[in-house]
Design a binder for this molecule. Structure first.
Ligand SMILES: Cc1ncc(COP(=O)(O)O)c(C=O)c1O
Length: 377
């Protein structure tokens, strides 16, 4: 199979990641529960992973690296734990349902004032719109770093500046940026960065987390065993324990930790550079095919994603043909991004998303282009 669905999850994981999970499953006890060899081994792996992840994103507080099972969970924790009844929240039309649905729920249950920055015909957000909509009443601004539909990378630094000059907390959905581009949370001015482990970071599914800047208060969302302060009736207040009740996925975290080492060894800049070349190569060939329409703005920094349609064909049928007739895996439909599909005029057709990784080859891209040409003709 030619796997071009890396924005959904990376299928080809480095061997060191698989080996680390297997080793962890054979050796790790329950992290932070006691002091025998097996529990200490798990605790060390988890602690080490917090330190590595903090360094990877240039974040200076490893204890505020909170582990979750994916970015959906991280985003729900941040959104539900920060936003209070009646707060004004600004988000965008380019968001994934893991941002939209928690916000809609708060709109219905807590009457929040929810406003969206619209995307233009290329899926681009305008900073002028942020300037216009974000004001001193805004409690939270929540935006994705890169769109999982168009691959457009948002100007996070400038959006963060607009949020901060109005006193708002800035939450970033880093699902499509973590591991695929350099992310310096300090330089970008991010207050809460949510990431998933199984996409660009090459970690196992069931891993992810959030980085919570010192001073940002997020309410506990679950309560239970923590291995500390057992006689307290309340969930301990300090991070990470406040947000991590219950046994951690230390086996997955071991894999994620090895994945960060793998990326660090190559260099995230090199990974980003290779993915950029692959994306440009595919984009330049696909845009020449008669009847192919591509979505997104390829004149700026871009994630390794090219979404397109062939004539007026249903995106599901094209994706099925690619899979059944050519053995090429892509993602059709709505990509959990309903507002952006509406803005792009693709609510009913959807789009066929091709997404690449460091392990994608030019031969695979050539095969995909040849298949697209045949389908289009
Ligand atoms: C932009 C964006 N946000 C959030 C998510 C949710 O990620 P996960 O399913 O790992 O929680 C995705 C995954 O497709 C995504 O692309």
């Amino acid at each position: 199979m030619i796997y071009l669905d890396n924005a959904a999850t990376t299928l080809h994981k480095p061997d060191v990641v698989i080996d680390a999970v297997v080793k962890a499953m054979k050796t790790q006890g329950n992290a932070s529960r006691g002091a025998h060899g097996a529990t200490l081994s798990a605790s060390r792996v988890v602690y080490d992973a917090r330190v590595k992840i903090a360094k990877f994103f240039n974040f200076d507080k490893p204890s505020n690296v909170i582990f979750t099972c994916n970015s959906t969970e991280a985003l729900n924790i941040a959104i539900n734990g920060i936003i209070k009844a009646g707060d004004k929240v600004v988000s965008t039309d380019t968001e994934h349902n893991s941002v939209l649905r928690p916000l809609y729920h708060l709109q219905k249950t807590k009457n929040i004032d929810l406003q969206f920055v619209k995307a233009d015909g290329k899926g681009v957000l305008s900073l002028d719109d942020f300037e216009r909509i974000v004001d001193k009443d805004t409690k939270v601004v929540v935006v994705n770093h890169a769109s999982n539909l168009t691959g457009n990378v948002n100007d996070i630094k400038s959006i963060g500046e607009i949020a901060h000059k109005n006193g708002a907390i800035f939450i970033v959905d880093g699902s499509q940026s973590a591991g695929t581009m350099k992310v310096d949370v300090k330089d970008l001015g991010i207050d809460v960065y949510c990431f998933t482990g199984h996409k660009g970071l090459f970690g196992p599914q069931g891993t992810g987390g959030l980085l919570v800047k010192d001073g940002i208060e997020i309410d506990a969302w679950k309560r239970g065993g923590s291995g500390v302060k057992t006689y307290s009736e309340d969930q301990p207040l300090e991070y990470p324990t406040r947000l991590e009740a219950g046994t951690l996925n230390s086996h997955g975290i071991a894999g994620l930790s090895a994945a960060i080492d793998f990326i660090d060894e190559i260099g995230v800049d090199k990974i980003e550079g290779k993915e950029k070349e692959l994306t440009e190569y595919f984009y330049n060939k696909a845009k020449e095919i008669n009847g192919v329409k591509i979505y997104g703005d390829f004149s700026k920094q871009h994630a390794a994603i090219v979404s397109l349609n062939v004539k007026d064909y249903d995106s599901g049928e094209v994706s099925d043909a690619l899979s059944n007739d050519y053995g090429i895996a892509t993602r059709p439909g709505a990509h959990c991004a309903p507002r952006l599909h509406i803005d792009l005029g693709t609510k009913y057709q959807g789009a066929v998303r091709f997404s690449f990784s460091y392990f994608t080859t030019y031969e695979e891209l050539d095969a995909a282009i040849k298949a697209l040409k045949e389908i289009a003709s």
